[in-house]
Design a protein around this ligand. Structure first.
Ligand SMILES: Cc1ncc(COP(=O)(O)O)c(C=O)c1O
Length: 372
């Protein structure tokens, strides 16, 4: 039973077939000739991803992971000494490490938005922080890796637009499991990976870049020939579209596999996926709670990531039962969720992440097994 789509999900058959077919062509014709022959289908990646996010193809860059996309976006922002980044307690570990790295190098202030009693972002606090610190960037992870919380990215987006502040959203865990609409979020950058709820291959991801950012002329600090024309000995001219955030060398078989995964999700419809997944995850939480487990997901709007432990904070016996029954899952540790797990006073949690290919019967079965 596969309950680890928040880790690395199962690819639809068409994804694997597309990748293998492409690799066979590379074997026969070489990489460059194969890419030339497939240039139109390669463009399909940008069109299909634009459809997913409700934007234009020119706003999309391919990335090899969420972190790759995130680092390029961050590096494009011209931070100066003592600039400020506002983020959240629940932002992904690697994002927090990147902010701290900027803090170490440039003395950047990293400030986190307070949360209210419901574990939701306190938007009044955000407004206060903006007035006080005039941040260069606001960065929010839509769904953290370590809990079922869905952060209010639209609420933050509205405030960013009012104050004209750059806004970076990590949607790594949300794309593929729910509707992610960049027009509604009003972000400048949005990053995601292929292998999780999108059901794409490993080594894939994307970066959305808003028209506003493209017009500002932002580019990754270390761009390459995919981002600019070398026009003079000491100058270059940047390209117009988000492709300037890509590097020239990528795996086209992976890109095409990912394209098929995005198409597959678009065809099912993200509305349908979101509705079904919400029910599945809510059912799982109710069952586990009724069996006496401690559910760790707090918030008004919860996702397909279900985290829990036993009442005394232990997870060993839960892990044993899941492993004995071939149920695929993940464990989140405090090191990856330092702030959240410190507040919850836990060191680790079991993470189950059902997706639309799972059934209510499976959810009932796993709850039953765990209660024995
Ligand atoms: C919320 C979130 N952001 C970013 C990442 C990093 O993704 P990648 O490993 O593709 O860089 C993860 C991975 O678990 C994640 O859960």
């Amino acid at each position: 039973m596969f309950l680890n789509s928040a880790g690395s999900s199962l690819t639809p058959k068409i994804v694997l077939k597309t990748m293998v077919d492409y690799l066979h062509q590379e074997e026969q014709f070489g990489g460059y000739e194969t890419a030339n022959r497939n240039s139109e289908i390669i463009q399909g990646f940008y069109d299909e991803t634009a459809k997913l996010l409700n934007c234009k193809s020119s706003n999309i860059a391919f990335a090899t992971s969420s972190t790759d996309a995130y680092a390029k976006a961050l590096s494009s922002i011209p931070f100066k000494e003592e600039d400020c980044i506002i983020t959240t307690d629940d932002d992904y570990i690697s994002n927090q490490i990147a902010f701290i790295s900027l803090q170490k190098r440039l003395n950047i202030k990293v400030i986190r938005i307070k949360k209210n009693q419901d574990n939701e972002l306190d938007l009044e606090d955000l407004e206060d922080l903006i007035r006080k610190h005039q941040p260069k960037l606001i960065a929010v992870t839509h769904i953290p890796t370590n809990s079922g919380l869905i952060q209010n990215v639209e609420g933050v987006g509205k405030i960013c637009r009012q104050h004209n502040i750059l806004y970076l959203v990590d949607a790594c865990q949300s794309v593929g499991q729910m509707v992610v609409d960049v027009q509604k979020i009003e972000c400048d950058f949005l990053t995601a990976t292929g292998r999780k709820f999108m059901r794409g291959p490993r080594g894939t991801g994307f970066l959305y870049v808003s028209d506003r950012v493209l017009e500002l002329g932002l580019v990754p600090l270390l761009l390459d020939l995919n981002g600019a024309d070398w026009t003079e000995f000491d100058n270059y001219k940047i390209f117009k579209t988000a492709k300037r955030f890509e590097y020239w060398e990528i795996s086209y078989s992976s890109l095409l596999g990912f394209t098929e995964a995005v198409r597959y999700a678009n065809q099912i419809g993200l509305n349908n996926i979101e509705e079904y997944n919400k029910k599945l995850a809510a059912t799982l939480r109710t069952h586990l709670e009724n069996k006496g487990f401690r559910i760790l997901d707090k918030g008004n709007n919860l996702s397909s990531i279900v985290t829990f432990c036993s009442k005394d904070g232990e997870i060993d016996s839960i892990q044993n039962i899941l492993k004995e029954n071939n149920i695929y899952f993940s464990v989140s540790y405090k090191g990856g969720a330092l702030i959240d797990f410190s507040h919850k006073n836990i060191d680790k949690a079991v993470r189950l992440s059902p997706h639309y290919f799972n059934t209510v019967e499976e959810i009932e079965k796993v709850s039953q097994l765990l209660s024995n």
